[in-house]
Ligand binder design. Structure first.
Ligand code: PMV
Length: 360
């Protein structure tokens, strides 16, 4: 397991004047949720997620050597066009990671980024975006230090992505990723995401996630504010303990493919996440009436058909519908017949479990 000090490089052997890299990184969907953090993006509890496959950010990083004048220098393009309002977030990220990437002020960067999912679909691009950017910076660091191991590369990319947006650290690898220290999961750490290290039943192969776009508007409460409201939250300590318990309970579930138990844990986690929002001060609700309509329709369908389909939620109104690949046709038919009416403009995205970031 790597410690913070391992991510502060000593001198580089190589020099490189200019070049470019390009990486794609997927979004991820948490089964056990991260909600609440300590200083420096250290999670208050461990989480586990499925890495997705189709909802991705693709980012290229062009770099050219400049005089180190003590400033960061970068242009930011979104779908090829300058995007000034993304710049403060990137500036903050560069400030946070500079100590781990001491070459950052030696280059001018052009960051060109795009998403495969529709703009403002209510799907956060921060996880995939920060992971893709971190992979690019690691490619540059590897060019400066070619002896770097693959494991170090990936762990540090996840470590850097975490400093951009916590859940982004789970988007570097696939298919099931744990972030946060959990005594029963070897090598798990608060510092970066690790591939789930134990047996996973084949029922989870190509596991499906159909994302129902219920509300594509701006969230009224950002996840940064939401995490903060877990400080002094009346149920915080119990909630953090519960996340540890649920993660432990998932270990045998992943192994034996017990979907009944899987569904209980995953749906309870989703509702608990939103219960934390509803019981913080100030309190808030991110679910919409159609979120509840969908949840009820899924429960009814599951009862009637015995098909093991369940839902989870992230910090918004959209619903992730999770189910084994073998039921894809039946569930898509159900979604088209009964759920699209609850989606904004009838929109939904078909995704599935995937393998993590890829170099283009
Ligand atoms: O990574 P952040 O700070 O945007 O937090 C995301 C938190 C949830 O999506 C609600 C849960 C999770 O574990 O991804």
């Amino acid at each position: 397991m790597l410690e913070i000090a391992d991510f502060i490089p000593s001198k580089y052997n190589n020099t490189i004047d200019r070049g470019s890299f390009s990486w794609s990184a997927p979004s991820n969907i948490a089964l056990v949720k991260y909600w609440g953090k300590k200083d420096k993006q250290i999670p208050a509890n461990p989480s586990v997620s499925f890495t997705l496959n189709n909802c991705k950010t693709i980012t290229s990083l062009a770099f050219a050597k400049k005089q180190n004048d003590g400033n960061f220098s970068f242009d930011l393009l979104f779908e090829g066009k300058p995007k000034e309002d993304f710049k403060p977030k990137i500036q903050k990220f560069l400030e946070r990671v500079e100590v781990y990437l001491p070459f950052l002020k030696d280059y001018h960067f052009t960051i060109d980024t795009q998403n495969t999912f529709p703009h403002s679909s209510g799907i956060a691009s921060s996880a995939s975006g920060m992971a893709a950017l971190a992979m690019n910076f690691m490619s540059l660091e590897k060019a400066l230090n070619p002896a770097m191991t693959e494991e170090y590369f990936l762990s540090k990319a996840s470590f850097l992505a975490r400093l951009g947006s916590g859940s982004a650290c789970r988007s570097v690898k696939g298919q099931v990723v744990v972030w946060g220290n959990q005594s029963n999961i070897k090598r798990s750490t608060d510092l970066y995401g690790v591939e789930y290290p134990y047996e996973i039943h084949p029922v989870f192969n190509n596991f499906q996630d159909t994302i129902l776009l219920v509300d594509k508007g701006e969230k009224q409460v950002s996840s940064t504010v939401g995490h903060d409201l877990m400080h002094n939250h009346p149920f915080a300590e119990r909630r953090f303990a519960q996340a540890h318990e649920n993660l432990d309970k998932l270990i045998p579930v992943f192994k034996n493919g017990d979907l009944e138990e899987f569904i209980k844990i995953v749906e309870s986690e989703a509702l608990t996440l939103h219960a934390m929002m509803m019981t913080s001060l100030p309190y808030f609700i991110l679910m919409k009436p159609n979120t509840l309509q969908i949840i009820n329709a899924i429960w009814k369908f599951r009862n009637e058909t015995k098909i093991p389909v369940c839902f989870t939620l992230d910090a918004g109104a959209n619903v992730h519908v999770l189910y084994p690949n073998e039921f894809k046709e039946n569930v898509l038919q159900f979604i088209k017949a009964e759920l699209v009416g609850y989606c904004q403009n009838g929109q939904y995205l078909c995704d599935e479990i995937g393998n993590g970031a890829l170099s283009n």
